[in-house]
Write a protein that binds this ligand. Structure first.
Ligand code: CTP
Length: 413
């Protein structure tokens, strides 16, 4: 059985030394500030599962802002950002890691200059506001109780039984992104949704709860999924559960293919995205993009993908193909090459591109007496083409071809 205090101390002992250092700094600051402080949320869950842990999240019972400030004395490398309005603080470190401090006590001002209103709650309430039982556990960091698990809602049991269970019936209505999170955690840990949670998920889908979500938040949550190792099986579940249809309004022929599971681990985000829409017709891709707020890179790459997919069948010569391919982002080419209609010609073209060992550039052309202007680009383009088509094999030949081009082109003008 996990989560006896001794076990937790051992798990903490196995963390990287920087993280252990932070936990000790938190412990000592709590002593100094005389408040209770806990490690909470996903970090506790992953620690207990011996799963790679991510960001450190703390909850202070007391004044979180003051605590964060005091903590900084022990973490001189950190950079502190306070969000006074939410009673939270964020500390980031030069190595890119960071931690968050939240407080069960939030002070706010009804109008500028007013006396602060204090909203006081406690850890139990804070944990109850969370999504699933497995995310609602805390570990006490105060010296006398360091390493003790706080588990009000049966998180440890659900971790052991592999269950994703919400804390209350209104959970998905309160925050519909939790529907996507449920799928993500279930597939990430190979857990099942508890009966009532599963039923509530289906009810929420049927009653259109998802549609209360903004396009931005849905997109953000979806792309968190795209970054998971298991995103393919998560995608399949999003389709099977009806969640995708609930959001997009239609059943598109998404490509979350079992065949890609192995390779896709190393795929960058854009390639994952393009691959999953690669079997959908262009009109539908435009429609579904209208239901997402893609970032500029993904938007642009999607357009390039659509364009290439349309023109490639009409492209005959290797140099035309090269013109299209050499300028396109790698992710786009990789996904097009997954299609057996395109693969041989794309491979062929990439192979031919390897022959190109251009040494000529604009500066050299100027030295050879060419005047500045568009003609430079034209000559370079033609020389590249000659390499590609196997008409040039060496630097000497390259120079000869360039010389001929200069003469004929300059004569023409
Ligand atoms: N949380 C929640 N509802 C959400 C998002 C988050 O209740 N819609 C709570 C959960 O308790 C979660 C914590 O906030 O544990 C931190 O959220 P986040 O960092 O997004 O998730 P993690 O659980 O840390 O998951 P991951 O491993 O994906 O980072």
């Amino acid at each position: 059985s996990i989560a006896m205090r001794q076990d937790i101390l051992e798990l903490i002992g196995g963390l990287p030394s920087e993280e252990q250092g932070i936990l000790e700094a938190v412990r000592d600051t709590a002593q100094e500030e005389e408040c209770s402080v806990y490690l909470v949320g996903g970090f506790v869950r992953d620690l207990l599962l011996s799963f790679p842990t991510q960001d450190l999240d703390f909850v202070v019972e007391g004044n979180g802002g003051q605590f964060a400030q005091a903590l900084m004395k022990r973490l001189p490398e950190g950079k502190l950002t306070q969000h006074v309005k939410f009673g939270t603080a964020h500390i980031s470190f030069p190595n890119g890691s960071h931690l968050d401090v939240a407080s069960t006590r939030v002070e706010y001002y009804s109008f500028p200059g007013a006396l602060p209103q204090v909203e006081e709650s406690c850890l139990r309430d804070d944990l109850f506001r969370r999504d699933f039982t497995i995310n609602s556990m805390a570990i006490c960091l105060n010296s006398e109780h360091f390493g003790e698990l706080v588990d009000y809602y049966g998180g440890k049991r659900d971790l052991q039984q592999g269950k994703i269970r919400f804390l209350h019936n209104l959970s998905f209505i309160e925050d519909p992104t939790r529907m996507l999170r449920a799928v993500r955690f279930a597939r990430r840990y190979n857990f099942k949704l508890a009966k009532e949670t599963l039923e509530a998920l289906f009810t929420a889908i049927e009653t259109g709860v998802l549609l209360k979500l903004s396009v931005e938040r849905f997109t953000e949550e979806l792309f968190v999924i795209f970054q998971e190792d298991n995103y393919i099986s998560m995608g399949q579940t999003l389709i099977r559960s009806g969640l995708f249809q609930g959001w997009f309004g239609e059943d598109y022929s998404w490509n979350f293919s079992e065949d890609d599971v192995q390779e896709s681990v190393g795929w960058p985000l854009d390639q994952r995205w393009l691959s999953c829409i690669s079997r959908i017709n262009s009109e539908d891709i435009e429609k579904l993009c209208g239901r997402l707020s893609l970032n500029k890179t993904l938007r642009d790459e999607t357009q390039i993908f659509l364009h290439l997919r349309a023109v490639l069948p009409k492209t005959q010569s290797i140099s035309e193909l090269d013109q299209l391919i050499s300028k396109a982002p790698q992710g786009v080419i990789a996904v097009l090459a997954q299609d057996e209609h395109f693969r041989p010609r794309i491979m062929d073209c990439l192979e031919s591109e390897k022959r190109i060992r251009m040494t000529l550039d604009g500066k050299k052309l100027l030295q050879m007496g060419v005047k500045e202007g568009p003609i430079i680009g034209e000559i370079l383009e033609q020389v590249r083409r000659a390499w590609l088509e196997g008409k040039i094999h060496s630097t000497e030949e390259e120079r000869e071809v360039a010389q001929q081009l200069i003469e004929s082109m300059c004569r023409r003008r």
